[in-house]
Ligand binder design. Structure first.
Ligand SMILES: Nc1ncnc2c1ncn2[C@@H]1O[C@H](COP(=O)(O)OP(=O)(O)OP(=O)(O)O)[C@@H](O)[C@H]1O
Ligand SMILES: [Mg+2]
Length: 238
C-alpha cells in the first residue's frame, strides 16, 4: 500500500528530565524521518540520549517539546491507553537484558503479546510456535527462559517482538550481553528481517555492528551530529 508520509517523523523533539533542581535536556531539538523498510543504527556515547530517543520512538515515553508522528499520526494527543495499544500492535521492543518472564517457558513468553492482542489460545500457540521456529528455537519451546543461553534468550525476545507483526522493531543494545558469535547471529537475523521489508532501529556501542546497518545516526549531548546513509548495500547474510 503506497503511503506518502514517512513511518516516523520527529520535528524539533526535546526531552527534559527534571530531577529536583537539575534539568537534563536528554534530547535537544531533534528532527529526522525514517521510512518503511530502513535499517538504522543509533550510535553515541553513554548518556548521549540514545535510550531516551528509542523510548520515545517506542511510545514508552513522550517528548517534552516538539512533535512525533508515527504512521502519520501525532502521538502527543493520544491517551496512555491508546499508546499501549500502539505499542502492542505496531512496535516490537528488544532489550539489552532480554527482559523475558523467568517463570514462563519460551512459548509462553512469545504468546503473551498475542494474548494481549486478543488472539484465541489456539491461534496464540500456532503463531508462537511459528515464530520460535523462525528464530531456530523450535526445540526449546518448553524450556523456561532461565534454562536458555543468552543468545537463545535474545532469540526468544526477537520472536516476542515480532509476534504482532510490528511496523517497527526497536532494539536497545541487542547484542550488548552476548558473545561476538551470538551477537553476529542476532545481526544475521536482523539482516533477514530487513530483507523481508521490516523496519529496524537499533542502538549499539559497537562500530562493527553499526557498520552493518544501512543508515547510521550519531547522537551526542542529545543532538544528532551525523546521519549517514550507506548506499552500498550491506552483505546480505541470508
Ligand atoms: N528517568 C530519567 N530521569 C532523569 N534523567 C534521566 C532519566 N533517564 C535518562 N536521564 C538522563 O538523560 C541523559 C540521557 O540518558 P540515556 O539513557 O538516553 O542515555 P544513553 O545514550 O542511552 O546512555 P547508555 O549508552 O549509557 O545507555 C543522561 O544524562 C541521563 O542521566
Ligand atoms: Mg541507553
Amino acid at each position: 500500500m503506497a503511503q506518502d508520509f514517512p513511518l516516523i517523523k520527529f520535528e524539533h523533539v526535546s526531552k527534559i528530565y527534571q530531577t529536583g533542581e537539575i534539568a537534563v535536556r536528554a534530547l535537544d531539538d531533534v528532527s529526522f524521518t525514517i521510512h518503511r523498510g530502513e535499517f538504522v543504527a543509533i550510535i553515541g556515547q553513554s548518556g548521549s540520549g540514545k535510550t531516551t530517543l528509542l523510548d520515545i520512538l517506542g511510545c514508552l515515553n513522550r517528548p517534552t517539546e516538539g512533535e512525533y508522528q508515527l504512521n502519520g499520526q501525532s502521538i502527543q494527543t493520544l491517551s496512555d491507553h491508546a499508546l499501549t495499544t500502539i505499542r502492542n500492535q505496531q512496535i516490537g521492543f528488544i532489550f539489552q537484558t532480554f527482559q523475558l518472564l523467568p517463570r514462563k517457558t519460551a512459548l509462553e513468553n512469545v504468546q503473551l503479546p498475542l494474548l494481549y492482542a486478543g488472539l484465541s489460545r489456539v491461534d496464540q500457540r500456532e503463531r508462537a510456535l511459528e515464530l520460535l521456529t523462525r528464530v531456530g528455537l523450535d526445540n526449546r519451546t518448553h524450556h523456561y527462559t532461565n534454562q536458555l543461553s543468552g543468545g537463545q534468550q535474545q532469540r526468544v525476545a526477537i520472536a516476542r517482538a515480532l509476534a504482532n507483526k510490528p511496523d517497527i522493531v526497536l532494539a536497545d543494545e541487542p547484542t550488548g550481553n552476548l558473545d561476538s558469535q551470538s551477537g553476529q547471529d542476532i545481526l544475521t537475523m536482523f539482516h533477514q528481517l530487513h530483507a523481508q521489508g521490516q523496519t529496524i532501529i537499533m542502538i549499539t556501542h559497537d562500530q562493527d555492528i553499526a557498520s552493518q546497518a544501512q543508515r547510521r545516526i550519531s547522537v551526542a549531548d542529545g543532538k544528532i551530529v551525523s546521519d549517514d546513509q550507506v548506499m552500498t548495500s550491506h552483505p546480505l547474510m541470508v
